[in-house]
Ligand binder design. Sequence first.
Ligand SMILES: Cc1cc2nc3c(=O)[nH]c(=O)nc-3n(C[C@H](O)[C@H](O)[C@H](O)COP(=O)(O)OP(=O)(O)OC[C@H]3O[C@@H](n4cnc5c(N)ncnc54)[C@H](O)[C@@H]3O)c2cc1C
Length: 416
Amino acid sequence: MEAPAARVVIVGAGPAGATLALLLCRAGIGVTLVESNPSQRRAFRGEALMPSGLAALEQMALLPQLDALPHRPLAGWRFVVNGRELFTAAEPMGGDPQRPCTLVSQPAFLDGVLRQALATNHLELLAQTTAKQLIWQAGRISGVELGDGRRLTADLVVACDGRSSRLRQEAGIGLSTGSSPIDVLWFDLNSPGAGPDNPPSPNPLQGHFTTVVGHQGVFSLFEGATGGIQLGWVLDASQPTPQRSPQEWIASFASQCPPDLANWLGQLGTGLQSPTRLSVQVGLAENWWKPGLLLLGDAAHPMSPVRAQGINMALRDAWEASQHLIRVLQPLNQPLNQIRCDSALAAIEQARRSEIQTLQTLQAQEAQRGELLRHNAILRCALAMSAPWVGGALGHHWSQLQKPLREGLATLLPAP
Ligand SMILES: Cc1cc2nc3c(=O)[nH]c(=O)nc-3n(C[C@H](O)[C@H](O)[C@H](O)COP(=O)(O)OP(=O)(O)OC[C@H]3O[C@@H](n4cnc5c(N)ncnc54)[C@H](O)[C@@H]3O)c2cc1C
């Protein structure tokens, strides 16, 4: 039996899908949101919001909501080479002084967005439900078939189903993938020494996103929005996951750090959990739409983890898309003008594609610099020895390079 037609079906309730659903619902447009994950308490997938993402949240009038969520402004970016501090760049780095890069609990943020969308009474949320395939009618995508066999018809399907997007594949849209030579081993560290009788010692990260490069490899660590420490260890994509005991991992981390950080990491004891291996996938969909279908967020452009762009770009996609779609989906209760709708889809892709392309290039350049340092012991040694003299100039140069990655390049459409 066919379910009643919704005007828009969105697949995926990550940052792109959840915020787009809210923006359309606020405009009175009926949305069915399909999410396969049992709950938003999903695996850690980042929480750094750059000024570019915060600007999108401001347009969505969601910025004040962040104050009520677990969040933490980043104090700065610290770089350590061979155990010596190279430079620290303090946040906020230029631009709006009120907008440092801010760590925000993603599950709490998504919960809040979905609550607001449900309160409009225009959202139907199908949680724990998988979209299996697209429904086609006369050369146009006209809905999705769910894993349980239900068929949802719609004026428009929006695929926000992440980097391995099933809907993108179903639609036959290719993904041009950049080569990524790296994977990341992700460690979720408990606060060292923490326990009911042993409160955590103040950590020497002091709110900085700290990147450490040394003879054993490269890793970055930071204190997350909810207080836990996250650590990402870079390894070659072709390399098997090193089999190390918790003590051996801690020794590897500590051997590359300045004494304060090394001592503190040493307190981790044996409580270190096995890491999760994340393959880094970077790509750009050949096109972002087909009649009746739009791709957004990672489904359209899986982003590298370098300088935390994925959530921020997903939010900017959602804002831009909402402004075009509201115009063509209103007035409500009238048949959709398919030609206008398809023009809006093309306009969304046109507005977003160049920012994504440029930022992916900048991310690749940043990754190449990191790789050069990871593989070149002489360069590391020279930098560590000259750090007191060249660190300031390097930090200034690095900060300048970060501007587009922090602030984005495109001008967001103003709120109506
Ligand atoms: C460890 C890690 C750290 C990261 N750190 C950061 C960071 O600090 N800052 C940053 O900006 N980015 C970060 N990222 C990247 C960021 O998480 C993604 O780029 C971002 O979540 C993309 O948002 P999205 O809404 O497009 O897709 P996703 O967040 O991937 O959401 C897709 C949703 O679709 C659902 N779904 C998939 N297929 C189906 C289906 N067939 N049916 C129904 N539902 C489906 C999934 O369950 C998921 O909830 C990080 C990623 C990882 C893995």
